[in-house]
Design a protein around this ligand. Sequence first.
Ligand code: SF4
Ligand code: SF4
Ligand code: SF4
Length: 224
Amino acid sequence: MKGKNFTRREFIKAAGAGATLLLANKFGIHSLAWADSKKKTLKMVLVDYTKCTGCRTCEAVCSAYHNPVIVNGKSLPGLGNPVYSRIRVHSFNPDVDIPNVCNMCPDAPCVKACPVEPEPKTGRRAIYRDEKTQTIQNDPKRCIACGSCAKACAEQRTGVIELDPQTGKPRPTCNLCGGEPQCVKHCPFNALSVVEVKTSSKFYGKSPKKIATELSKQWYGKVI
Ligand code: SF4
Ligand code: SF4
Ligand code: SF4
């Protein structure tokens, strides 16, 4: 296990040095075939925890894509505030890194917990599954900042919903970049992929702490 630990740290170092270059050189658009598909299958970003080094390139790429830093009215390519990333890497000791991202739950406990009445025309609560992307979105205009969605997600699933400390409303969660998942494209270790949601898969809907506890036992024989 020592060897594995050492290799992971080496990876992190290498990634840290290369991350800026990577973002500057590779930031761009790519399309996936499913983006145009009329089939309404649920897709999510799946993490291979054996490959993730905790380099956080995914956080940097996600925030740069969705919330680019703007200076003098111009957005700076490849630069974003990781606070707004829709994928969040949780690091544990012993060395286990768990990127947390919406699992696009078919039964969506977050949506069910929202007390805002469905809009008559669209059937949407303040948090809803978007028809086009089949991802979970929040409408800040209708949201009453009660935090019920975040609580339901934390108690029943991944706990991925983060509430903005100023507004008390959920920050946006993963929308699969509208069909061009940037984190998947730019992860330097190919730890991320887009897959169809399978509730039977091993770590589906689990919190980072639960996943890390399980992996720590497997990899290091220790409980976190
Ligand atoms: S998923 Fe990839 S990009 Fe994100 S921290 Fe892990 S290795 Fe880095
Ligand atoms: S409960 Fe959490 S993980 Fe599941 S769809 Fe809602 S936000 Fe995503
Ligand atoms: S698919 Fe896009 S929105 Fe989702 S976590 Fe990755 S970069 Fe962020």
